[in-house]
Design a protein around this ligand. Structure first.
Ligand SMILES: [Zn+2]
Length: 65
């Protein structure tokens, strides 16, 4: 199943180049796609994106009151 998800993610996942600056929140360092909201784990050691993080319900984590 993970293989299928990887293929679908490759075909339909984020391929945007419009990424935010680097954020560190809750011990996680990441960039966010400004077009679709996909999160990318970012390594401060190599100063590069490591991998795309699994989709999370962003709206439930960053509630705007
Ligand atoms: Zn995107």
């Amino acid at each position: 199943m993970a293989f299928l998800i990887t293929i679908l993610d490759f075909l339909f996942g984020c391929h945007h180049a419009n990424l935010s600056r680097v954020f560190t929140l809750g011990g996680e360092t990441y960039k966010v796609c400004c077009d679709c909201g996909a999160k990318y784990a970012y390594s401060l050691d190599t100063m590069s994106i490591e991998r795309r993080l699994p989709l999370t319900p962003v709206l439930t984590r960053f509630r705007i009151a």
